[in-house]
Design a protein around this ligand. Structure first.
Ligand SMILES: [Zn+2]
Length: 306
């Protein structure tokens, strides 16, 4: 081989290794719940713009599931519109953000609540009739769970489950408490713990998927529109990429047949991988699957609670 062939050989090696990494990369899509409330969150517009800028920089198409109760009725609609204008999928997260697992919430009431949110956001250009259940709770009784599934089928609605659940909302509470107290150092350390938490949950649900499905699906991760994500999203995306995750578009991830499954569990809901494992009687599945009660001792031990 002459030296002039070397660049071509290097190029071939690079192309092959890139191809190999694309073939083996685990994929994950980002979804954000709730929407900001400009009436109660003075920095709402800035945080919204920060999240959208991070997604734009990394050319990620995500999804937003706004709930009217969390965005001050239609006050936050302008911020939701910015997501639609940037090409992100916008779905339904109900008007009142009540849990269908609450015995006081009837099926008829819940359907009316979904319809109220639908009427408010349906005209947005990227609106997609998909429902993200508040708290990922899909009903405490079979009648409510199956009644909602039947309503969705009849009304061309799809469920928008997640495969990777996490407690970003709790890390956000701790993070913002430190910022309010003027402790930027601790807030920064909570941000690092938060990124480790997301990587840990992504890995956990991927391992569980291998046991349940025998494969790594196109994952869908649950996040929320909040201050910690406004601050940490670029670092979160970088950490995911370094750990072998390829962040893919939410629309394409939802094409994975995993998300059309209807696991037979009660109370219904949680991560869809968790639900499928539960339906198969997997041992050692905690309930709820994710919650602050699991994260609080970890942050306390690390000296990171306010
Ligand atoms: Zn929510």
């Amino acid at each position: 081989m002459t030296s002039q062939h070397l660049p071509f050989r290097l190029l071939a090696v690079l192309v092959l290794s890139l191809w190999a990494s694309l073939c083996t990369a685990k994929t994950l899509a980002l979804t954000f719940d709730d929407g900001f409330n400009p009436g109660t969150q003075p920095d709402a517009a800035q945080w919204n713009a920060q999240i959208l800028a991070a997604l734009h920089t990394h050319q990620i198409t995500a999804a937003l599931f706004p709930s009217l109760a969390r965005m001050g009725g239609t006050d936050g609609l302008g911020l939701v519109k910015a997501w639609a204008q940037a090409g992100h999928l916008v779905g339904n997260h109900t008007a009142s953000h009540r849990s269908l697992a609450d015995p006081k919430v009837s099926l008829d009431w819940f359907i009316a609540d979904v319809q109220a949110a639908d009427a408010a956001i349906r005209d947005l250009p990227t609106f997609t009739p998909m429902l993200r259940f508040p708290y990922l709770k899909e009903g405490d009784t079979q009648a409510k769970r199956d009644g909602m599934r039947a309503w969705m089928a009849k009304n061309s609605y799809r469920n928008a489950p997640v495969s990777i659940d996490a407690s970003d909302w709790y890390y956000n509470i701790v993070y913002t408490a430190h910022l309010k107290a003027g402790d930027a150092d601790k807030a920064g350390r909570v941000k690092q713990a938060y990124i480790r938490h997301l990587l840990n949950r992504a890995e956990y649900y991927d391992q569980l998927a291998y046991k349940v499905l025998g494969r790594s699906p196109a994952h869908v991760m649950l996040l929320h529109t909040n201050q910690i994500n406004a601050a940490a999203l670029p670092a979160v995306i970088a950490a995911l990429t370094t750990s072998g995750w390829q962040v893919t578009s939410t629309r394409s991830a939802f094409q994975d047949p995993l998300y059309a499954q209807t696991p037979d569990t009660l109370p219904a809901g949680e991560s869809i991988i968790w639900s499928l494992a539960k339906a198969l009687d997997f041992p050692k599945l905690r309930y709820p699957a994710e919650d602050s009660v699991y994260e609080e001792p970890l942050l306390r031990e690390a000296g990171l609670l306010p």
